[in-house]
Design a protein around this ligand. Structure first.
Ligand code: HEM
Ligand SMILES: *[C@@H]1O[C@H](CO)[C@@H](O)[C@H](O)[C@H]1NC(C)=O
Ligand SMILES: *[C@@H]1O[C@H](CO)[C@@H](O)[C@H](O)[C@H]1NC(C)=O
Ligand SMILES: *[C@@H]1O[C@H](CO)[C@@H](O)[C@H](O)[C@H]1NC(C)=O
Ligand SMILES: *[C@@H]1O[C@H](CO)[C@@H](O)[C@H](O)[C@H]1NC(C)=O
Ligand SMILES: *[C@@H]1O[C@H](CO)[C@@H](O)[C@H](O)[C@H]1NC(C)=O
Ligand SMILES: *[C@@H]1O[C@H](CO)[C@@H](O)[C@H](O)[C@H]1NC(C)=O
Ligand SMILES: *[C@@H]1O[C@H](CO)[C@@H](O)[C@H](O)[C@H]1NC(C)=O
Ligand SMILES: *[C@@H]1O[C@H](CO)[C@@H](O)[C@H](O)[C@H]1NC(C)=O
Ligand SMILES: *[C@@H]1O[C@H](CO)[C@@H](O)[C@H](O)[C@H]1NC(C)=O
Ligand SMILES: *[C@@H]1O[C@H](CO)[C@@H](O)[C@H](O)[C@H]1NC(C)=O
Length: 334
């Protein structure tokens, strides 16, 4: 059979490699060609589905890239954020503090999975769907394209406690946020570049209203918030209003992936405290990176693509670890 011949070659190749190099199993790497044989159209299938979803929901690209981020920061990029409560999953990541009533796009992931199961059943992991959908979202919104590394497998567990504590909060100091990135092997460059994803998408009033009226008990708004922008935000987020009202993270070009996010920081128009801190924390190494990205979109796009690859490499499951889920919401057989 064609397959067994192919596997014999692979087996011989790995024996030869193993004889030459002594590498631990856990070093298995993601590659750009993992699905070349078993699902050659995976990228175009994902891109078509994201394109279609964008037609009825201009925000969905932003929501999808955020799912990949929140997946990778908890137990690595293993699709754990997608698991519903059920079987032995008693506490989902979906319901963790950073995701509850906030993370969205799960239905689009299900649609992508359904298309892929039709074209190449049992082949593409849900964790890889998130990585591919993130790239499609950025490129379809005017941002950079990059070659997504794939070969991740899906985890068997959710870690709600981990999601509560490992995903950065918008109320944290820059030092704390940088620590959470460094806990997963990402540096200050990655913090700034990846925060640039806030060039599209929305945020609810409850995530920044603390800046608008009585910041840190001072009785005044956050002094690093542009007063003109402050007035607009106060209108959209009144003191006793709904905390769930949506605001554009980048008011200048809300659905376009560009470097306006960084230009906004230079004029004190970062929406979240965690955004403005990148530029307004005196003496921080992040300030010059913000300046560079604000003045040079090419530099931002290059750095963003590299940092997405770095983030996508956080502790993937490979080889015989994990599984390929047939339904992204459930561990197989549960
Ligand atoms: C640096 C620390 C970060 C903090 C504190 C943070 C926090 C937040 C918060 C509070 C929201 C609003 C959620 C809501 O209102 O429901 C948000 C939205 C978003 N975040 Fe982040 N984020 C961070 C980094 C990132 C990274 C690394 C990415 C992706 C690479 C990302 C992508 C997004 C996107 C695209 C949205 C809009 C989502 C939508 O419209 O559905 N964020 N973020
Ligand atoms: C796969 O991709 C090829 C070329 O990229 C295209 O002609 C073909 O229609 C695609 N098939 C499916 C099932 O998407
Ligand atoms: C998630 O939000 C719902 C309200 O929509 C709430 O009932 C539930 O307690 C929240 N879950 C957690 C873990 O905070
Ligand atoms: C669920 O069961 C699998 C084995 O089937 C195990 O690996 C996983 O850790 C379990 N998850 C939880 C949350 O206990
Ligand atoms: C996550 O945080 C929420 C809110 O504090 C809490 O209700 C929930 O029990 C936490 N989950 C875990 C597993 O610690
Ligand atoms: C930063 O982290 C420390 C240690 O976890 C915590 O005590 C402190 O409250 C955090 N500060 C902010 C602003 O989140
Ligand atoms: C601001 O908050 C502090 C502490 O929470 C409180 O003592 C103070 O009265 C508030 N100031 C105003 C003007 O609401
Ligand atoms: C908001 O509600 C509090 C009490 O619930 C009240 O004291 C305050 O005057 C209200 N503020 C505004 C601006 O409506
Ligand atoms: C506030 O934003 C306006 C543009 O809306 C800008 O012209 C002004 O310079 C900004 N002010 C500060 C202090 O950054
Ligand atoms: C940064 O330093 C300037 C003076 O050099 C000061 O006015 C400003 O309040 C400081 N900003 C912060 C966030 O500490
Ligand atoms: C912008 O950044 C790119 C990539 O780092 C660099 O090659 C280019 O020279 C920069 N352009 C300017 C005008 O500095």
């Amino acid at each position: 059979m064609l397959c067994s011949t192919r596997y014999t070659h692979l087996l011989l190749a790995s024996i030869l490699t193993a004889l030459t190099f002594h590498y631990p199993k856990s070093n298995a790497q993601l590659t750009s060609t993992f699905y070349s044989t078993a699902c050659p159209n995976v990228s175009s299938i994902v891109t078509s589905a994201v394109r279609q979803a964008l037609q009825s929901d201009s925000r969905i690209g932003a929501s999808l890239i955020r799912l990949h981020f929140h997946d990778c920061f908890v137990n690595g990029c293993d699709g754990s954020i997608l698991l519903d409560v059920g079987g032995n999953i008693t506490q989902s990541e979906k319901n963790a503090v950073p995701n509850n009533n906030s993370a969205r796009g799960f239905d689009v992931v299900d649609n992508i999975k359904t298309s892929l199961e039709t074209s190449c059943p049992g082949v593409v992991s849900c964790a890889d769907i998130l990585a591919l959908a993130a790239e499609a979202s950025v490129s379809l919104s005017g941002g950079p394209t990059w070659t997504v590394l794939v070969g991740r497998r899906d985890g068997l567990a959710a870690n709600q406690a981990g999601a509560n504590t490992s995903i950065p909060s918008p109320f944290e100091s820059l030092a704390n946020i940088t620590n959470k990135f460094s806990a997963v092997g990402l540096n200050a460059n990655d913090v700034v570049a990846l925060s640039g994803a806030h060039t599209f998408g929305r945020a609810q009033c409850r995530f920044f209203i603390n800046r608008l009226y009585n910041f840190s008990g001072t009785g005044s708004p956050d002094p690093t918030l542009n007063t003109t922008y402050l007035a607009t935000l106060q209108q959209n987020c009144p003191q006793n209003g709904s905390g769930t009202t949506l605001n554009n993270l980048d008011p200048s070009t809300p659905d376009t992936f560009d470097n306006n996010y960084f230009k906004n920081l230079l004029t004190n128009q970062g929406l979240l405290q965690s955004d403005q801190e990148l530029f307004s924390t005196n003496g921080s190494s992040t300030v010059s990176i913000v300046n560079n990205f604000a003045g040079n979109q090419t530099a931002f796009f290059q750095a963003f693509a590299q940092s997405m690859i770095n983030m996508g490499n956080i502790s993937p499951l490979t080889g015989s670890q994990g599984e390929i889920r047939s339904n992204c919401r459930k561990v197989n057989g549960s």
